[in-house]
Design a protein around this ligand. Structure first.
Ligand code: MRU
Length: 367
């Protein structure tokens, strides 16, 4: 998508063909900076410190990270070690393991001399596929937005609430939850987005508001607790969020606070959609309760980062000194609260049968 008229992606191959460049998301929205990853450790650190984040982008970065590892040592031992190391960086987004497994399957049968180049090619293919997948999510989701717009007065915007950042910054391009918004907006459908700030790391304020604003999409930042009130007052037509892992029964893990939005949407009759690529479905898990939930550091709750009037970006303590803090990073929304899934193959009910209707080949595998 565009930042002030220039098209960007979140990750790309360096000019030397042997390194990988990312947008450093810990610097946004105050600074647009890139970082070059030269080793698997660089990639692992970028995932852990959330220079890259968002399920599909974590997957793409891990795939490139494996290629960087094989560039240094393509032996079976090094391959296994790099997969294990990269996979351990963040536990909830299943795209991480999915992408590593895709690269492993592609390179393991090859002679060691051919593995690094093949891994780079596979990582590139994963990134390109993600762009196409997210584009298609947008096409299907935009039809939903358009249908709501047709029931409104001409020119009246469709109000969409989203949580966290499931935008192009969380993917390679387009985003999952934001792709329908970009497609609708670019097609001239009036949209307005309520952006949850998404404590504690404020991905909504720092990333979603940034990318929507830079692309010219009307939006308003709200505190996390405002969504229920807005829904009660008819100010939200539709919720669209992303996800880090969907269990085979349709339960959805996403950024902490998503569950509360789904409850409020259910109580107020607001459609609540989850946008996802196929790589976010964990067919091995029967229930959302089995999804591992990342517990992050208390410092993210106790300390916030912001820009001062002099332009410097500084951390500030916001809690009573000495108070302990807990920081579960994701929650699970039961499938019964989800109106539907928006995927690259179309829209379906949030249920095992709904998923099978989109991915019938999985029903055959499971049988
Ligand atoms: O902790 P993060 O920033 O990686 O969490 C991101 C989210 O929860 C997104 O909603 C999810 O990964 C979907 S990204 C298309």
């Amino acid at each position: 998508m565009k930042i002030d008229g220039t098209a960007y992606r979140t990750i790309w191959l360096g000019d030397d063909g042997a390194s990988v460049v990312i947008i450093d998301q810990t610097r946004l929205p105050h600074r647009l900076e890139t970082v070059t990853l030269r080793t698997a450790d660089d990639a692992a650190r970028a995932i852990l410190t959330m220079q890259v984040r968002g399920a599909p982008l974590i997957g793409a970065t891990a795939a490139y990270g494996l290629a960087l590892a094989l560039q240094a040592d393509a032996s079976d031992g090094a391959l296994a070690h790099a997969i294990d190391h990269l996979a351990r960086q963040r536990p909830t987004a299943v795209n991480l393991k999915w992408a590593l497994e895709e690269v492993r399957r592609h390179v393991q049968p090859l002679p060691t001399a051919a593995r690094a180049a093949a891994a780079f090619a596979k990582a590139h293919a994963i990134a390109e596929d993600d762009v196409e997948t997210c584009r298609n999510i947008g096409v299907h989701g935009a039809a939903l937005v358009q249908a709501i717009a047709e029931k409104k007065r001409p020119g009246e915007p469709v109000n969409i609430l989203t949580h966290c950042n499931a935008g192009w910054l969380a993917c390679v391009d387009w985003g999952t939850a934001t792709s329908p918004i970009y497609h609708a907006h670019d097609a001239g459908v009036p949209v307005h987005v309520w952006v949850d700030e998404t404590r504690p790391r404020n991905q909504g304020a720092a990333l979603t508001a940034y990318e929507l604003g830079r692309h010219g999409v009307p939006h308003t930042l709200i505190v996390d607790n405002a969504g229920g009130h807005l829904m009660q007052h008819g100010e939200v037509d539709l919720c669209i969020v992303g996800t880090d892992r969907v269990a085979a029964n349709g339960d959805v893990a996403n950024k902490i606070g998503t569950y509360l939005k789904a409850l409020a949407a259910h109580d107020n009759g607001v459609p609540f959609y989850v946008a996802l690529p196929f790589s976010t479905i964990d067919w091995t898990l029967d229930h959302g309760r089995d999804i591992p939930i990342e517990e992050r550091g208390a410092d993210e709750v106790l300390v916030m980062q912001g820009r001062l009037a002099d332009g410097s970006v500084v951390p500030v303590e916001i809690a009573a000194p000495g108070s302990p803090a807990a920081n579960p990073a994701f929650d699970v929304t039961p499938a019964r609260l989800v109106t539907g899934f928006i995927t690259e193959r179309g829209i379906a009910a949030a249920s095992r049968d709904g998923l099978y209707s989109l991915y019938p080949e999985r029903r055959e595998t499971a049988a």
